[in-house]
Design a protein around this ligand. Sequence first.
Ligand SMILES: NC(=O)c1ccc[n+]([C@@H]2O[C@H](COP(=O)([O-])OP(=O)(O)OC[C@H]3O[C@@H](n4cnc5c(N)ncnc54)[C@H](OP(=O)(O)O)[C@@H]3O)[C@@H](O)[C@H]2O)c1
Length: 291
Amino acid sequence: MKVANLVKKSSEKLKIGIIGYGRMGSSLIDGAIRSGSISPDLVLIYDTDAKRSELAKEKSLKTASSIEEIASCDVVILAVKPKDMPQLLENLGRVMKASPNFKPLILSIAAGVRLSTLRSALGGYSRIVRAMPNIAASVNESTSVFVPSNKITEEDLVIVKSILESVGLAFMVRDESLLDVVTGIVGSGPAYFFLLMKIMEEVGIKYGLSRDLIRQMVAQTCKGSGKMALLSKDSFEQLINAVASPGGTTEEALKIMNSKGFTEIVSQAISAAIERSKRMAPSAPTPPPHT
Ligand SMILES: NC(=O)c1ccc[n+]([C@@H]2O[C@H](COP(=O)([O-])OP(=O)(O)OC[C@H]3O[C@@H](n4cnc5c(N)ncnc54)[C@H](OP(=O)(O)O)[C@@H]3O)[C@@H](O)[C@H]2O)c1
């Protein structure tokens, strides 16, 4: 269902506020608008960086000059860096206290900031969902995973799903600790593939292919592999074997990768990202209870 089609009252459409229009916030909101799921005139952007607000205005999006204006929104997406979350939550908590009718659905995409931290910083408020999308939302190919707070209604889940599905695939999990795993694999994941593609590009150039040509070839190879993995029922081992015929070129490459510890390095690296996400949670201020 399109978010723009979800109504809060008989005829009013949902208004979506986003705090933080940086790399991820803009990818998410621009992607959702591009998909037609969110109507641009129902979006309000608040970013403390004037350049990011300017960018939003250039795209004909409405911007707020203070966080207080966000109180007009039905859904509020929190998309600032984890280190900036305590300050933002303090400000948002103040706005919510000052406007008792402001009871938005809050969708936080900040890595490592727990539901309990969000709840306690907002004085016990619990209409909150945490999500981990990735930067491929900018081309409507994100993988997003979300965890609802236990007070979330079915209608709120529909809203969250429709926002996240408008920029790619979205999956719900109930165990919040899994979001750290997702952060290390899915949130950071595009960078791992970009690194592999960069290495492939460099080798291609070294062997005489032009930068433009090899970039397209590498990107299409990555896209094709992803599509096969999505559509095929074969295991990754079977997919590898389908390419690596005995005595062939792929086998030669895999031999080097295995003997030099490629699997172990990548596995350790991703585990380090997951552990970083677990340690990331910033401490939040504890304001008086929100009524
Ligand atoms: N980047 C990714 O690939 C990715 C993937 C998944 C999830 N995430 C999550 O998405 C969140 C945003 O990441 P990002 O990479 O988009 O960061 P970013 O590019 O730094 O964007 C955040 C924006 O929010 C602004 N900001 C900071 N504090 C604010 C406040 N209190 N009120 C309003 N605006 C404020 C920042 O301004 P200043 O620059 O002036 O501080 C910046 O323009 C993070 O929590 C991250 O964990 C990111």
